[in-house]
Design a protein. Structure first.
Length: 207
């Protein structure tokens, strides 16, 4: 037998042995990996040898699901509970916001109520200490009026600035004269007779 024929026979024998090993143990010397289902079937057959294969398969999947739920318990409650919790949180936040707004409005109305009498009282007090000039139609304090003008009725009172602007014809009738010393328009009774008789801008008041 030639060497070539011998080599061919050895190759065929080696290939045949490899094929037999592939179908029995594994391929090329490595063990085939069993599926998880096959492993579970083997394990359950060892535990319950008297149980049928169909029951083993059902028990296997039921046990697998139970173990999955035990190892990952959050997967069962990630739906409605979180939504309910988020809804409760939102309702709680909105309730707190409404209570805060109502409290703020109550405080603001309370402050307005407390300050309104004081404000009205101050306005009345200011009006008592001021009068409205019939010429310029402006509310002015008592210091802007002469004593005689201040005593007059509200429909005839004139401030010192408006009186000083009156013509020379109107001034004597109102008995107002500008003091050359202080520059303020004053009534007749604020001057002596001799000072009153002097020209406009020369008479000096008695103050």
């Amino acid at each position: 037998m030639s060497s070539l024929t011998l080599l061919l026979v050895h190759f065929l024998a080696y290939a045949t042995l490899r094929l037999i090993y592939f179908y029995t143990e594994g391929i090329y010397g490595f063990e085939q990996k069993e599926s998880s289902r096959a492993k579970w079937e083997k394990h359950l057959k060892k535990i319950w040898p008297h149980v049928s294969e169909e029951m083993l398969v059902e028990e296997m999947f039921a046990l697998k699901e139970s173990l999955k739920n035990l190892t990952n318990p959050t997967s069962q409650c990630t739906g409605g509970d979180e939504t309910k919790y988020a809804k409760n949180e939102t309702d709680s936040d909105s309730t707190e916001d409404n209570e805060s707004e109502e409290s703020t409005e109550h405080e603001a109305s309370k402050m307005d109520t407390e300050h309104s009498p004081k404000t009205s009282a101050n306005t009345v007090s200011e009006k008592k200490l001021s009068k409205k000039c019939v010429t310029c139609e402006t509310w002015k304090p008592q210091t802007d009026f002469t004593a005689s003008q201040w005593k007059k009725n509200a429909d005839t009172v004139k401030c010192s600035a408006c009186v000083s602007k009156l013509s020379a014809y109107q001034a004597p009738k109102l008995k107002i004269k500008i003091c050359c010393s202080c520059g303020v328009s004053k009534a007749f009774d604020c001057f002596s007779f001799n000072q009153w008789r002097k020209k406009e801008g020369e008479g000096r008041c008695c103050d």
